[in-house]
Ligand binder design. Structure first.
Ligand code: ZN
Ligand code: ZN
Length: 367
């Protein structure tokens, strides 16, 4: 595979500022590789990072699909992939040897906590850390020796495969952590791409009743949720969620609530009445401190409260298998495919700063 001497990348140079820059393709050591990026999905978390000038200029984007352009001998053996293979990467660069890593829980490895000093992760590491190509909004990405790799099934297009992490999160939270399955009622708060991933997961594992909530302005996303298998959609600025859940479940209420909404503490407080006894409450979106959270209700109903984030290897594989099976109209989730030069505009759309609303946006760096 012929590799140009330089990679074009969209660099977040400051808060809300993007600049196109070229970077020299780095030398690849025997334990590393180089990915030719075909597509990178824009994550809701990219917006938060785009608002933050710290830790300095960097290439954002951490939901990459690409072709292995170059791989060292050691990496080829260790990763079990070869040049030309199409792969999905995770954002994590886990250490590989701590207790979390050795028990398969590498998303909990301290090396994956991007906020710790010296930590590196795809899509959030500054340019000053060599060789700078740490983000998905670029033509090429440096593959660090600790990269976590998934093979992309043949037949799954790049812009769909680029949803492997948000849909993987859906499987992690709804199924692996929430234990959704036949007979269960699942309420998902927030119809962003992660919330839609939860709908796909709940539907895949045969949940009886899937309810997703959002705002009236989320109309398009809620329509996509229905196409993906949600039985009921609720606009919480028009209808009380607890009343809706009561009506739909005939008073039985929910087994599992996943709070994937961007709202504040009031949303978490409102979840307790929705849950049936022994229900599970999974909080996946940051909320800050919560006032007047009714612990007595938590105890009285024996609610299990989970703080969770990210995905396991299994969850991402489940997402990729679901894509390969072709059972969901995933094309409906892909609202935009843009080039690197339109990244700033696309990020603002994700952040809710433009009149146009997105569902899932893919950045295609060669278009
Ligand atoms: Zn993400
Ligand atoms: Zn580790």
């Amino acid at each position: 595979m012929s590799i140009p001497p330089k990679s074009l990348a969209a660099v977040a140079v400051n808060a809300r500022a993007t600049e196109m820059r070229e970077f020299a393709i780095p030398e690849i050591a025997p334990d590393a590789g180089l990915l030719r990026i075909e597509a990178t999905g824009i994550c809701g978390s990219d917006w938060g990072m785009y608002l933050n000038a710290k830790p300095g200029p960097r290439i954002l984007g951490h939901e990459m699909i690409g072709t292995i352009a170059k791989i060292g001998d050691v990496a080829r053996e260790r990763w079990g992939v070869a040049e030309g293979d199409r792969v999905a990467l995770e954002e994590y660069l886990p250490c590989g040897h701590c207790e979390y890593c050795r028990t398969g829980e590498y998303r909990s490895c301290l090396a994956t906590d991007a906020w710790l000093p010296g930590a590196i992760r795809y899509g959030s590491t500054p340019l000053t850390v060599q060789p700078s190509l740490w983000g998905g909004y670029s033509q090429y990405l440096y593959m660090h020796p600790r990269t976590v790799i998934h093979r992309v099934p043949a037949g799954v297009p790049d812009h769909i495969a680029a949803m492997a992490l948000p849909i993987g999160n859906g499987f992690q939270w709804t199924y692996l952590d929430g234990e959704a399955g036949p007979g269960k009622t699942v309420v998902i708060q927030g119809p962003g791409q992660q919330g839609l991933g939860c709908v796909i997961a709940a539907k895949s594992v045969g949940a009886d009743c899937i309810i997703i909530s959002g705002l009236a302005r989320d109309e398009r996303r809620l329509a996509v949720a229905r196409e993906l298998g949600a039985h009921h959609t609720v606009m919480v600025d028009r209808e009380n969620l607890a009343d809706a859940v009561k009506r739909v479940t005939d008073g039985r209420m929910a087994d599992i609530v996943v709070d994937a909404s961007g709202g504040g503490p009031e949303i978490v407080n409102a979840t307790l009445p929705i849950l049936r006894k022994r229900g599970r409450l999974l909080i996946v979106a940051r909320k800050g401190a919560i006032d007047r959270f009714d612990l007595d209700q938590l105890i009285g109903k024996q609610i299990r409260l989970f703080g969770t984030r990210g995905h396991s290897f299994e969850a991402v594989e489940l997402a990729l298998k679901t894509m390969a099976a072709g059972t969901f109209p995933l094309e409906r989730m892909s609202s935009h495919v843009v080039g690197l030069r339109d990244l700033d505009k696309a990020l603002r759309m994700v952040g809710g700063e433009s009149a146009e609303r997105s569902v899932h946006i893919t950045v295609a760096p060669w278009s």
